[in-house]
Design a protein around this ligand. Structure first.
Ligand code: FO1
Length: 331
């Protein structure tokens, strides 16, 4: 296999990609050519306009992680960061004060915003930013069109008893501490796939759904017109890795948003939610963690190849072993 396409969100997807590239480089993933090329179709529905700047968290997290600029402890934003601009904006009383706008990160948003305002599509902006970061993958926004995930939450202060907040406000200011009653994917129905996205899927030798959020990351990518069909028809095997381990998400807010779409927080439920391609779904195989080995029979009954392996991405070599298990499952 030479052309691998990964549908990625932010932190989980980026960490998986780090391991995948490590394994390709080290030759520890049987079945992948030593010169295998990885294309990332990244979620853009987390994107946010803030202080007049366009912020693309999932694109930037992949770009910074693979370009070695990421702050490993936070999992997002730049290493050796400072927060002077954020402090000064707060001193002016300018909202949102809750958003973590780093000084080094501001430069990325300034370049992106200037290029967007000059008429360049997000895909070309991303390619330009990647010329500096050299992530070692082709990084494609799922769409050049604006898509934003908004979250409906209970709000006793409002007449309707509800409020709608941008996903970033839900995640950062509200700390995902209140239930997500429902999700609104603004613009998703009108969004067209970004340049190269469908081809990256139909022309792949392997398609991977990494342990990203199945609702607000992979789910939104699958919601872009044509993507599901491309996955259903590609000759490449499609394999996913569960972001739910032992009935809980490893990081992030999958538990909260799975509730919003009525999917149980379990490795089996998420795998069956994606569904087997033989049954109109998007997967051929689904890896679960060893703690969820009891889920394997139900997944197989659902038409999926399934196996329980260690799924904690503790370091690139361990993650590479996960990628090798994924290839072996469907290769
Ligand atoms: N996550 C936080 O928990 N707090 C923040 O203040 C924050 C700021 C931020 C700025 C730029 C960026 O690219 C990511 C940022 N994130 C922050 C992470 C972001 O919310 C998540 O990466 C995804 O959107 C959810 O997976």
């Amino acid at each position: 296999m030479r052309n691998i396409t990964v549908l990625s969100g932010g932190m989980g997807g980026a960490r998986f990609l780090q391991g995948l590239l490590h394994g390709i480089d080290a030759g520890t993933i049987p079945g992948l050519a030593p010169d295998a090329r990885v294309t990332v179709v990244a979620n853009t529905a987390d994107d946010l306009w803030v202080h007049g700047l366009k912020v693309c968290p999932d694109l930037d997290t992949v770009m910074y992680t693979l370009g070695d600029g990421i702050d490993l402890e936070r999992g997002w934003g730049r290493r050796d960061e400072s927060w002077r601009v954020k402090e000064e904006l707060a001193a002016y009383g300018v909202e949102p004060t809750w958003f973590g706008l780093g000084d080094r990160d501001v430069a990325t948003h300034l370049v992106r915003t200037q290029m967007l305002e000059a008429g360049f599509p997000l895909s070309q902006v991303t390619a330009a930013l990647c010329r500096r970061w050299q992530p070692g993958v082709e990084l494609l926004p799922m769409s050049d069109d604006r898509v934003e995930t908004h979250v409906v939450v209970a709000d006793e202060d409002s007449p309707s008893g509800k409020a709608v907040v941008h996903f970033q406000e839900y995640w950062i200011r509200l700390r995902a501490a209140v239930p997500a009653e429902s999700l609104v994917f603004v613009g998703l129905d009108d969004a067209t796939p970004g340049p190269g996205v469908l081809e990256a899927i139909t022309g792949a030798d392997l398609v991977v759904l990494p342990p990203s959020n199945p609702v607000v990351s992979v789910g939104t990518i699958l919601g872009v017109a044509g993507v599901r069909d491309a996955i259903r028809t590609t000759s490449a095997p499609v394999v996913g890795l569960s972001p739910i381990v032992g009935g809980a998400h490893v990081r992030g807010m999958a538990e909260q948003v799975l509730g919003a779409i009525g999917v149980e927080v379990s490795a089996a439920a998420v795998g069956l939610h994606y569904g087997a391609r033989t049954g109109g779904g998007v997967l051929d195989g689904w890896l679960v963690d060893e703690r969820d080995a009891d889920a394997v029979p139900a997944l197989q009954a659902g038409g999926l190849a399934a196996r329980a392996v260690p799924l904690m991405m503790t370091d690139p070599a361990t993650t590479a072993a996960m990628a090798a298990a994924a290839v072996a499952l469907v290769g």
